[in-house]
Structure formats: structure tokens, C-alpha cells
Ligand binder design. Structure first.
Ligand code: TRP
Length: 331
């Protein structure tokens, strides 16, 4: 089984990213052939600083390595190092529905929020994402809930391609974590934790100092009650129960039982301690890794070599099926 996912090089990574996505990437290395890429080409779809992009890739790469991605056990590379992604994007445009792209909620949200140019790249973002996955004929795509619609679109694209040009591409399945898929902002628990749309106090960054992490969790918004249990009218407590459950690797019910009758103060302190312990080793490893850019670049290059070999073979089949270019036999 082959697993593929892409990671944005924008924004500092937070606890929600870590729980929702990063731990899944790490686990993927034991479940199948895992391929991960830092999607710098996707970062071009919104306003950005060219001089900051390369560093953002290294930051993201070092974070993922610190979290447990192992270049010996997965293929880990930078999207722009494998030009096959760009070529396949164009080829897949031929089987992508304009109407479906206009229905993408992420496009509508981002286009609506955009003060400057809304680019064609923002609109066709999901096609590049489809190319990312389909180039590797991946079976499974670990993503957060917010990416479900994009995975649906890539499934439609693959199915339409196969129906139109013959069985060529693998139709991938999304893999979305049940618990922890939606870690909410600690200060505004109706909203997802986010470095762009969230509150600063309610967003635990992976690289926050331990004291900062603890303070943010102890200041989390709760409700007027006293019971530690999940309920629709208790979004703050529900969020903390989910966080502690994931960090400890237990079911949310177990957390509820343990803190039955203990009150919010003690509960929050326990969550704070657990999250601090959980993030500390990641932060330490990040520091070491991020300090050696030559080594980071070497890892990216080796990853791109492996990725290119797979993607290039898919492109040969896609071009042949579509009648594009000279007749070529597969090598
Ligand atoms: N759009 C994804 C996100 O914002 C990132 C991404 C790009 C991705 N290409 C991908 C995720 C391919 C999974 C598979 O999180």
C-alpha cells in the first residue's frame, strides 16, 4: 500500500497540525510505502515573500523530521524539485471539471478573504494537489478534515481519466483521523486551531517554550460548569479532553473517567503537563536539525531522486494514454 501526503511550507506548525496530520504521517511509515512532500508550489497561490519561501520549506522539513519522519523509511522531498507534478497538473486539467473547482469551499474562503490578486493558481490549487497524489498512484491520502473535498475532487479526476483514456491512475482514499481531526482554538473553541485565523493565546505552536505552552493551556476558555466531559455546549472542555486523549494515546472516555469530579483547574494542569512533555523532544530535535541546512538540502535531494523515478513512470503512461508526444515504450 502506498501513502502520499503534502505539507504546506506556510505558517508555523501548531498542536492541531501535529495531532491532526503529522502523527499520521509518522505512523504511515509503518503501514506502507510512505511518500511526503513539502508543497512549495502550492505556497505560490497566495501572496508570499520569495526570500522567505526557501526558509519556510526548511522550517517545515525540520519540524517533520523532528516529529519522526525518517528519510530511510519514507520518501520525503520538495514538490518543486520534481517537475513532473507541474506537467501532470496541466494534463489533468483536461479531465477536471470547471464547475467542481468553483464549488471548492477552500477556494471560496481564500478568494473571499483575499485583498490582492485572486490568482488562477488559487483556483487550480486542487488540480496540483490531485497531480501530487496521482503521480505516485497512491492508495491512501492522510489529511485533515478540511481537505476532504480536495481528495473527493482528485478521486473524480482519476475516475474521469480512467473512464476517458483507459485504466491508468489509482483512485485514492482519504484517511482522516477520527479523534483529534479537529483540534479547536483554546481561546475560541468554536474555531479550529490555526496560525492564520486563530487567536495567538489559543494556538499552541510546536516550537513554543514549555512555559508558554503551559500558560496557553491553563488559560483555555471553558464553561460555567464543573464536569470534565464532552458535550456540544462544552466546546472548550471537549477540546481539552480530545487533546489529552490523543497525547496519552487513550480513548476520550478514559480521560472523562479519570477526571470525573476533579474540577477544571486540576484537569487543565494535567493537560498542560502532558502537552509540554509531548512537545519537548520535538522542539529539541528541531533545533539541531534546523541548524544544518546543507544536511536538510541533502535529504531533500535524495528524496527528490526517488520521487522522480516514480512520477516519471506515471507521466509516461499518462502521456501515452492521452495521445500526447511521440510514441514511447516504457523503459
Ligand atoms: N492542500 C493540503 C493542505 O493544505 C496540502 C497538500 C498539497 C496535500 N498536496 C497534497 C495534501 C497532496 C495531501 C495530498 O493541507
Amino acid at each position: 500500500m502506498r501513502i502520499f501526503s503534502g505539507i504546506q511550507p506556510t505558517g508555523r506548525k501548531h498542536l492541531g497540525n501535529y495531532i491532526g496530520a503529522i502523527t499520521q504521517y509518522v505512523a504511515g511509515q509503518d503501514r506502507g510505502e510512505a511518500i511526503y512532500c513539502v508543497v512549495d508550489l502550492h505556497a505560490l497561490t497566495v501572496p508570499y515573500q520569495p526570500e522567505a519561501l526557501r526558509d519556510a520549506v526548511y522550517d517545515t522539513q525540520a519540524t517533520l523530521l523532528a516529529a519522526g519522519l525518517d528519510p530511510e523509511r519514507c520518501i520525503f522531498f520538495r514538490q518543486s524539485d520534481v517537475p513532473e507534478h507541474s506537467e501532470l497538473t496541466w494534463l489533468l486539467m483536461a479531465v477536471t471539471s470547471y464547475g467542481e473547482l468553483t464549488r471548492m469551499t477552500q477556494f471560496k474562503d481564500k478568494a473571499g478573504a483575499q485583498r490582492e490578486l485572486v490568482t488562477a493558481g488559487l483556483f487550480t490549487y486542487p488540480v496540483l494537489m490531485a497531480a501530487d497524489v496521482l503521480a505516485y498512484r497512491a492508495h491512501e491520502v492522510p489529511v485533515g478534515e478540511d481537505q476532504r473535498q480536495h481528495v473527493e475532487l482528485m478521486r473524480d479526476v482519476a475516475e474521469r481519466f480512467n473512464a476517458r483514456f483507459g485504466e491508468t491512475l489509482v483512485v485514492p482514499e482519504p484517511r482522516i483521523p477520527a479523534v483529534g481531526a479537529r483540534i479547536m482554538d483554546l481561546g475560541a473553541p468554536e474555531n479550529k486551531m490555526s496560525t492564520t485565523g486563530g487567536t495567538a493565546q489559543g494556538t499552541v505552536l510546536l516550537l513554543d517554550e514549555p512555559a508558554t505552552v503551559a500558560k496557553k493551556i491553563r488559560s483555555a476558555v471553558t464553561d460555567a460548569g464543573t464536569e470534565v466531559r464532552r458535550a456540544p455546549d462544552k466546546p472548550g472542555i471537549s477540546n481539552l479532553v480530545d487533546i489529552l486523549a490523543v497525547v496519552r494515546g487513550v480513548a476520550p472516555e478514559t480521560v472523562e473517567q479519570e477526571f470525573d469530579g476533579s474540577g477544571y483547574g486540576a484537569f487543565k494542569q494535567a493537560v498542560a503537563d502532558a502537552v509540554v512533555d509531548y512537545l519537548a523532544p520535538v522542539r529539541e530535535r528541531y533545533r539541531t536539525l534546523r541548524g544544518d541546512e546543507a544536511e536538510l538540502e541533502r535529504i531533500l535531494e535524495a528524496g527528490a531522486d526517488k520521487a522522480r523515478a516514480i512520477a516519471a513512470a506515471t507521466i509516461v503512461d499518462v502521456r501515452a494514454a492521452m495521445g500526447v508526444g511521440a510514441v514511447r515504450s516504457r523503459g
